[in-house]
Unconditional design. Structure first.
Length: 487
């Protein structure tokens, strides 16, 4: 244990954010660069090195949190990085993007603010890059086996890196023009600058992983042809079919899925556009959906100069604090969360449902009509007399995803079986019903968190390695049937 009295002597202190009026004028990450290192040793000392560290269970990667907390406290950054990478291929991604279920399971969190695990994690990996402790791990020998990974999000990249290090020749296929999947085009620059992805890609290239962009399996390359080329295939294509809103006026111009809107802002940062083809500048923006993707739309609209931003959520406002009965420790609670985007302004409206859209004579959306809703007999019902309309010149739909893409032909061409939720079915080794074809990430699990995606990629890699060689020393942190601990 680093400091037996650390949790008694030090309170919780998190990363400092740049002033709102400054950060909404650029697309850099919202946190003050370098603000964590001066405080992180004390924060790491708050870890109690519990006899049963529930943070291990809260994190599907099984991160060795007490160990790297101890090294961070002692400022042994090389050892901390080694322990961090023992379970996580990309801690700079999770340290910035993960909602930290490990902190919800922190034993200290029973009666105090939990350890700032996420901040310690990102401090360790940023220091490791700075000091050169992150280096390519080139396999000592090649297996002679080839693997195609379809999709370059966190699950695909994790699977590819693990399999490359196991000695297999791996090629990653990505239908977009750049590697990264939703990390690249779904996550705004102010949440994670894309330089973090770029340097990981260079590390993977040095290790031997090959990348093929601008190729969509099912359209540009038939699934049957891909199967002939490789000994095994990992499908990490995500759950990209967005949930739509079937109400009158949906066909009006100015209403977009979040993943039609967000990538264009990122492409401006990549230098593809001078200005985004879809912009919130000067418009009244309404974001439908109260989750993280909705918050990303809110922050993007602020930076584009929206006249106003309103975020709508059909469910009631969550509680501020964990309820000891309905959301007991160490479950992952659904709490009211104020993200950096919400700090920047806008209005959040709960318990409302959109009834229809209203447009102008040119077919552009101008108004959104809504009604308040309430639970009656377990169902959401409109409250009479609560109908009203709000200005809406740009509407983004951020209501989640319903399953993997069926329109490109990949599922049908492979002949894949789906489960009852529309995800690609797999067995305990992540194998689909098609010999030699495996699935990892949201494509098999459904919409989930980045830590689950990386854990699935690592676990699926073990299944592939074992199928190709008869045995595997790669770790498998989770089973396909594992789920987060929630009430």
């Amino acid at each position: 244990m680093a400091d037996p009295k650390g949790f008694l002597n030090h309170g919780r202190e998190v990363a400092k954010s740049r002033p709102v009026e400054e950060r909404v004028r650029d697309w850099n990450e919202v946190y003050v660069p370098g603000s964590l290192l001066p405080i992180i040793s004390k924060q790491a000392s708050r870890c109690m090195d519990c006899g049963i560290p529930f943070c291990h269970n809260g994190c599907p990667l099984g991160n060795l949190i007490p160990e790297w907390n101890d090294y961070a406290y002692r400022e042994d950054w090389a050892a901390a990085s080694e322990r961090l990478h023992a379970t996580n291929n990309f801690p700079e991604f999770t340290g910035r993007l993960c909602p930290a279920p490990c902190e919800s399971a922190c034993v200290l969190g029973i009666n105090q603010p939990p350890v700032t695990i996420k901040n310690v994690e990102v401090s360790i990996i940023d220091k490791a890059w700075e000091t050169g402790d992150v280096a390519p791990q080139i396999p000592e020998r090649l297996s002679g086996k080839t693997v195609a990974v379809v999709g370059s999000g966190p699950a695909g990249l994790a699977a590819a890196q693990q399999l490359t290090r196991a000695g297999h020749t791996v090629a990653v296929y990505e239908r977009a023009d750049r590697i990264g999947g939703l990390l690249r085009y779904g996550i705004p620059e102010f949440k994670m600058e894309k330089r973090h992805i770029n340097r990981r890609i260079e590390q993977m290239r040095a290790e031997g992983t090959r990348f093929r962009t601008g190729i969509e399996i099912g359209r540009d390359l038939k699934a049957t042809d891909l199967k002939k080329r490789y000994d095994a295939i990992v499908l990490a294509v995500g759950a990209t079919t967005a949930r739509d809103l079937s109400v009158p006026g949906r066909e009006l111009k100015g209403i977009y899925q979040a993943m039609e809107y967000l990538p264009l802002a990122n492409k401006v940062q990549e230098g593809d556009y001078v200005a985004p083809p879809i912009s919130a500048e000067g418009k009244h923006v309404v974001v439908i959906g109260g989750g993280d993707t909705g918050a990303d739309c809110v922050g993007t609209a602020h930076r584009q100069g929206a006249a106003s931003v309103t975020q709508l959520e059909i469910m009631p406002r969550p509680n501020d604090d964990r309820h000891p009965v309905s959301q007991p420790w160490p479950t992952f609670p659904m709490l009211y969360k104020v993200t950096s985007a919400h700090e920047e302004g806008g209005e959040r409206v709960y318990s409302v449902s959109t009834t229809h859209f209203e447009g102008d004579e040119d077919g552009n959306v101008q108004w959104l009509h809504l009604t308040e809703v309430e639970f009656i007999d377990g169902r959401l019902n409109p409250k009479p007399g609560t109908e009203r309309k709000i200005p809406a010149q740009l509407v983004t739909l951020a209501m989640g995803f319903t399953g993997t893409d069926r329109e490109n032909g990949l599922v049908e061409q492979f002949g894949l079986e789906l489960d009852e939720r529309g995800n690609i079915a797999r067995d305990d080794d992540y194998r689909t019903n098609v010999p030699g074809v495996f699935v990892a990430g949201d494509a098999g699990r459904g919409q989930s968190l980045i830590v689950w995606a990386i854990a699935e990629g690592r676990s699926a890699a073990r299944g592939v390695d074992r199928a190709l060689t008869g045995a595997s020393e790669l770790p498998a942190p989770i089973r396909p049937t594992d789920r987060a601990l929630m009430v």
